[in-house]
Design a protein around this ligand. Sequence first.
Ligand code: FES
Length: 107
Amino acid sequence: MWVYAAELAELARRKKKRVTIGEDAVALFLVDGEVYALADVCVHKGRSLSRGTLWRASVICPGHQWAFDPETGRAEDQDACQPTYAVEVRDGKVFVDPVQRVTSEAT
Ligand code: FES
């Protein structure tokens, strides 16, 4: 089941957006033309990833600068993984599957 989340044009301008999907706060990021969705609440200490930045195709948390792979949610040099969501873009609209995915933390 896909849930409408945002307009692609808006993401193209701002590169990131916080949305609510069901009960979850979700951070959308546009990286190299692809849209990614991660749980907005950081697995480390709960800061909002959508307030972070993008750097070299990683999502940088504003809390303690952990760098997350936006596709897998894996945190660079950490044993932690941010939940992600499947994304589909149709006719300029971004849809998110509300079922959280958690990639194995083992690398
Ligand atoms: S709260 Fe995200 S890195 Fe610490």
